[in-house]
Design a protein. Sequence first.
Length: 403
Amino acid sequence: MGSTTPPLRENRGTNAAGMRAHNERLVLSLVRREGAMPKAEIARTTGLSAQTVSVIMRALENDGLLTRGDPVRGKVGQPSVPMRLAADGAYFFGLKIGRRSTDLILIDFHGKVQSRAQVTYRYTTAAATLKFAVDAYDQLRAQLTAAQRKRIYGAGIAMPYRLWDWATELGVPEDEMAQWRDLDIRAALEDHISLPVFLQNDATSACGAELLLGDHKFLPDFLYFYVGYFIGGGLVLNNRVFTGPSGNAGALGSMPVPVGGGIGQLIDVASLRLLEDMHDAKGLETAWLWHAPEAWAVDDESLETWIKGAAQGIAFAIMSATSAVDLSHVIIDGWMPGWLRERLTRSTQTELNCFDQSGITAPTVLPGSVGADARALGAACLPLSRRFSIDTLGETARSRTGA
């Protein structure tokens, strides 16, 4: 197990004193990635001694983070006992702040959503968002037992950076959006919950969810698109979300693409706000766009037009990115039903095949595996990664507690 897949970054442990915390995160990362593993296999994969692994596994089991599976008997010797993550070993909150909705989710140690709260709107103010986050946190926390509450390790926030810059595009009074400048929502939420809170760009967080929880976590490098009200993205290099010096690497929505005979940005052709505008122009209801994606009531003609334009724009962006960074795979996900994600992926691959690919190796385009919740899940993964994983999710706004 583990020998046929790309290695985790820093996947070697150390037997030196003082490195127990690193080794524990390494073991937890390995088990999360590979699934249940016996101690001997973990020792071979990490390079740690059998004695060190035994000590680590015993400690993690005593802490309630690992649990024993059924013994596996071989032809000779004692049966091996695979160890897996304990679902109830830790809990994390993820807050996604979007331009049409805000979601708070609670996940367990497996990354499974246990409960959620959502509010939709035409736009949201800083004060309203903070009130929702605080009230929803208290509501979801109250559903846990006393023992489970002690295992909440923090929260993450996924939101567009500089949200106030988009007042015109949202048709919102600039003075109301400007209030976001004065609210440090990460610090305010941390004050309320008295636990570490981290903040990251929403599309980058979605990319992190795909890397940590998705079916494509065995790809060491990929370009990632998340289609929301605006399209955004992320970049994974060597099993890490690459965020760059300003934390804004992978801002694919700003990628220059052809628009109407000129040059615009990818957000101008591949964002869900265009699909909303098409329905508005026909006098059709649009509130369904921002509720559960699987219940969409989409107009077929508008959808066909949107898919064509979005696929062309994404394919152009892929060609530009691939010319600079040699990538073998591209992943497309978003706030959309699964069938639409599949169609958009196929259409993008078709458009990509129409380009002159001389001098480059074109990547394979794959549908994302996390789905509409990717941003909120990515937010919840921020404290998970910081506390229990080899850090793969890029830079975040750190909590004041220093966790």
